[in-house]
Design a protein around this ligand. Structure first.
Ligand code: GLC
Ligand code: CA
Length: 551
């Protein structure tokens, strides 16, 4: 297996709108990020993945881009960006940009031209079709954010495709001019010195020519992992990516281990790694909405399969949460005050000891929790707003049934401001934040945690440091133990003559555990509670995690 910097790195995702506000308008910005780089340096991360900072009307918080080569006014200027890049590089931190090229904003100049007439030079940059008739779209596909995936446009009497909101028209990647424009834009950013791309819904860029109705309106079979997606990524790799020492990670919802070997194979010349979503999807009762935890056995089966099937062939990315997912500790751990810290540390251990590149979503290193929503008016996210309307207002479910589900899974959980200290608005802004701060900031905040060596923050810092000292954490081969346990996630990693035993309890009570003979008396690399590991029989505390190291 090739050793590379991006396999050894720990990546930290910044959602700029909620990270740090420097000028009191309540919106996080680039100068805010610059002011917190020393915090990230202290944590020890290697790479920042910056969620979109480009010009955008913010229908989907920057994932609807109207100009790829300009910075969103609310976030600052291109000079601020250049300053951020230089300041990060000075500290040895790389910056990976979010690349959102499945779609643009409807306010992008290409689309504004495209919709003008059927003959416009940009017409074929997007996907236009005749409706079945004036009232009926070309097919029954539903968009990810609810409603039809087609929007009727009066000027030319045709429909355009939008797999997300109607302000996010899909680009037509079959048009070579579109690919050329995208590749030129990427080259421009690479020449600026950025260190890679996280590619938004990149598995959706190639659509089938025929666009038949989908089963229950599902566009999946026609738009996800479509006919030319690998061809286009190989072309992108040849024309752009291969020319720079950068890293790439593709967001590929619905990806299987077999497909991941193609997208991110060691020698397939596409991407370095992909985000798979099996461990965070498929738990829904109502679409993606649920109030239930994923059973541990299912979670382990999924993650183990990814570990085993990619080994030596492709590279995993590891994450519990991001800006589209609820907070990790609330979802997979236990956010009740007595278990929040210990379970957050357990989850961190479990993830960082797996093979792959770990991603930390902003605030995860503090054990930030889901938000206590009081009413549907609290939602800002287009997905939650539309979903509440579709499921409740339009009468499919009662509020009482749907409310626990939408509050458990809403993307807004991850988008509340970073809790920097216990001053008003958690030190995120001196103004009024664009989205409410979680009231638990008085106890959960970066100032308190950086000052406390036993905090979740310091635990993450230690895990990151251990990764630098122990290549086995990066390259060791994974093996699952106790696969039938519904309470414990146990596995080993092996490399040369070294071996790690990783034990993580996912339950809120004590459990018995037998340390395998070969690990009895070996040294403890890290643990989240005080316990003894010198004899085989032992009792694990609630949410205990430890790692033994045999050399
Ligand atoms: C990705 C992004 C998400 C966005 C969607 C449309 O899934 O992570 O935030 O809404 O793509 O761009
Ligand atoms: Ca601001």
């Amino acid at each position: 297996m090739n050793r590379t910097w991006w396999k050894e790195a720990v990546i930290y995702q910044i959602y700029p709108r909620s990270f740090m506000d420097s000028n009191g308008d309540g919106i996080g910005d680039l100068q805010g990020i610059i002011s917190r780089l020393d915090y990230l340096k202290y944590l020890g991360i290697d790479v920042i993945w910056l969620s979109p900072v480009y010009q955008s009307p913010n229908d989907d918080n920057g994932y609807d881009i109207s100009d790829y080569q300009n910075i969103m006014d609310e976030f600052g200027t291109m000079e601020d960006f250049d300053e951020l890049l230089a300041a990060a590089h000075e500290r040895g931190i790389k910056i990976v940009m979010d690349l959102v090229v499945n779609h643009t904003s409807d306010e992008h100049k290409w689309f504004m031209e495209s919709r003008k007439s059927k003959e416009n030079a940009y017409r074929d940059y997007y996907i236009w079709r005749e409706g079945k008739d004036a009232q009926t779209p070309p097919n029954n596909w539903g968009s990810c954010f609810g409603g039809s995936a087609w929007q009727y446009d009066e000027t030319t009497g045709m429909y355009y495709l939008h797999l997300f909101s109607k302000k996010q028209p899909d680009l037509n990647w079959d048009n070579p001019k579109v690919r050329e424009e995208v590749f030129d834009m990427m080259t421009w950013w690479c020449d600026k010195g950025i260190d890679g791309f996280r590619m938004d819904v990149i598995s959706m860029i190639s659509k089938t020519k025929e666009m038949p109705d989908g089963k229950n309106g599902d566009f999946g079979p026609y738009c996800v992992h479509g006919p030319n997606v690998h061809k286009y990524l190989q072309e992108m790799n040849e024309k752009v990516l291969s020319k720079y020492d950068i890293m790439t990670v593709g967001e590929t919802s619905g990806v299987t281990t077999a497909l991941a070997q193609q997208y991110a194979g060691e020698d397939t010349h596409e991407l370095n790694m992909v985000f798979q979503f099996e461990h965070v999807e498929g738990d829904g009762k109502y679409g993606k909405w649920t109030d239930e935890k994923i059973p541990l056995i299912t979670l382990k089966e999924t993650l183990s399969r990814w570990q085993t099937e990619l080994y030596g062939k492709a590279w995993n990315s590891l994450f519990w949460d991001n800006h589209d997912q609820p907070r990790a500790v609330s979802r997979f751990g236990d956010d009740r005050p007595m278990y929040r810290e210990v379970s957050a540390k357990m989850l961190a251990t479990c993830l960082h000891m797996l093979q792959g590149t770990p991603y930390i979503y902003q605030g995860e290193e503090l054990g930030m929790t889901n938000y206590p929503f009081q009413s549907p008016d609290d939602f800002h996210d287009i997905e939650s707003i539309n979903a509440y309307k579709e499921w409740c207002t339009e009468g499919k479910l009662s509020h009482a049934v749907f409310w626990p589900c939408i509050t458990f899974k809403s993307r807004d959980n991850a988008r509340t401001p970073i809790q920097w200290d216990n001053s008003p608005q958690a030190g995120f802004t001196v103004g009024t934040p664009w989205i409410a701060v979680n009231p638990n900031y008085t106890t959960i905040n970066a100032k308190a945690e950086t000052a406390d060596v036993n905090s979740v923050f310091h635990y993450y810092k230690k895990l990151i440091a251990l990764r630098k000292e122990n290549p086995i954490m990066v390259y060791g081969k994974y093996e699952a133990l106790m696969e039938d346990s519904a309470e414990l996630f146990v596995y080993t990693r092996a490399m040369d003559n070294e071996k790690l035993l990783v034990v993580c309890s996912f339950c809120d009570h004590e459990t018995n555990f037998m340390i395998p003979a070969e690990f009895v008396g070996t040294s403890c690399l890290i643990s989240n509670v005080e316990n003894q590991y010198d004899k085989s029989e032992m009792t694990l505390k609630p949410y205990e995690a430890f790692v033994l190291h045999r050399k």
